[in-house]
Design a protein around this ligand. Structure first.
Ligand SMILES: Cc1ncc(COP(=O)(O)O)c(C=O)c1O
Length: 398
């Protein structure tokens, strides 16, 4: 049975002037669009009741399994407005497949790939007015794209934009509509077993440029107090519990003057894994783009994208185990010339230094490297339709 997502349009959208004020300076994750995509699943009927409806709170029984056992998964992807006004998704099928893999790991029902993509598409179509203008400026070389400081008049949460505190190295003007599909276990019972009911939702939030005043570098805190994942655990799944467990490590990083965390393997703390919401990549002096092999890390769409694009920038993609000792020695003797983190939200974030218990080291000269900035530009140019999409990664919505 195929799941459909008919639109029930809201009678009370955010007024146009208010929406435009929000889009002038959306930040990240602070504002939500007028609609959400929905679907329900239960063991008897399977997937049903798909639709795009007005964004609204929903009620759950206090016994719902998601509240007690954290049976929940989510995704993150973006819709991009191209210079001609068209709106496109980037590799949504990869997010759909990862959503299904996460569902399998969390014993949740798998949403067929076509239904996942359809739900996202229909929501973006309904809320197309919320997809920010392309702001096609190629500001990576220091132009600094203009983002208005207009304060939106709507009320909402005041969470701040993602942290990236070092001095701006160059500007970047990309804006997008961030999409957040998620699936929660809703059967009401106490006892640890898979829920026989689940709810799927997709919500959307306009996203301003991740680096409003220029692409900055971050310093990663190498935690040996906390682990993110273990062999056989849930590290490769995108489930809420992984992120709840990362918050204490993030606090530790902040207390040590770092913006993000670098996790090591849980068994011996000898090999590098990934950051809290991004995969890690190293650029070496002899032209490798080196990244930790899959296993306990999240299989990032951006990671896969940069591995595929690497040869176009004269880099050899290599996926293998990388020890912390190798990273430290390489950064210090110049074998490792650049490090960056890769993820949907920031695309590529230069990592300009590391700190751990009793040590600190910089990468290169401590500023964002040219290969990182060139790769970042290459990915953005593809996502915003400024270069030819030879791999069929772009998916037209409207
Ligand atoms: C733990 C983790 N690693 C890596 C990534 C990067 O994945 P993607 O490039 O698909 O956004 C994310 C973001 O989803 C993440 O949460």
């Amino acid at each position: 049975m195929s799941l459909d997502f008919p639109l029930d349009r809201t009678a009370a959208p955010v007024p146009g002037a208010e929406r435009r004020a929000i889009l002038a300076d959306p930040g990240f994750g602070r504002w939500f669009t007028d609609h959400m995509a929905v679907a329900a699943w239960d063991a008897e009927r399977g997937w049903h009741d798909g639709g795009v409806r007005p964004l609204a709170p929903f009620t759950l029984h206090p016994g719902a399994a998601v509240f007690h056992y954290g049976q929940e998964i989510f995704e993150g992807l973006k819709a991009y407005r191209h210079a001609d006004g068209g709106v496109w998704l980037f590799r949504p099928g990869d997010n759909a497949r990862r959503f299904a893999r996460s569902a399998r790991r969390l014993a949740l029902p798998e949403l067929p790939e076509a239904a996942f993509v359809r739900a996202v598409e229909e929501l973006v179509r309904a809320d197309a007015a919320w997809v920010p203008e392309a702001d096609g400026g190629h500001a990576d070389e220091g132009g600094g794209a203009a983002t208005s400081a207009t304060s939106p008049s709507a009320s909402g949460s005041s969470s701040s934009a993602p942290a990236a505190s070092a001095a701006p190295a160059s500007g970047s003007g990309e804006q997008s509509l961030y999409l957040r599909p998620f699936l929660i276990a809703t059967e009401s019972f106490l006892g640890v077993r898979p829920s026989a009911q689940a709810l799927f939702r997709v919500i959307a939030s306009p996203a301003g440029p991740y680096f409003p005043s220029g692409v900055t570098g971050v310093t990663l805190w190498v935690t040996e107090t906390y682990s993110r994942a273990a062999v056989g655990g849930t590290g490769a799944a995108k489930c809420g519990g992984n992120y709840a467990g990362s918050l204490a490590a993030q606090i530790e990083a902040r207390e040590n003057g770092c913006e993000q965390v670098l996790y090591l393997d849980s068994a011996g703390h000898g090999t590098i894994e990934e950051s809290g919401t991004m995969n890690l990549c190293l650029v070496t002096r002899d032209g490798e783009l080196l990244t930790p092999a899959l296993g306990t890390i999240l299989e990032g769409v951006t990671r896969d994208t940069v591995l595929a694009l690497a040869p176009e920038l004269g880099l050899r993609p290599v996926e293998r185990t990388i020890s912390l000792a190798e990273l430290r020695a390489g950064a210090q003797d110049g074998t490792v010339t650049e490090v960056f983190a890769a993820g949907t939200a920031a695309v590529l974030t230069p990592v300009t230094g590391f700190k751990g218990a009793g040590y600190a080291f910089a990468v290169g000269d401590g500023t964002p490297g040219p290969t990182t900035l060139a790769l970042r530009r290459t990915v953005l140019d593809l996502q915003y339709g400024r270069t030819e999409d030879r791999r069929g990664w772009l998916h037209h919505v409207c």
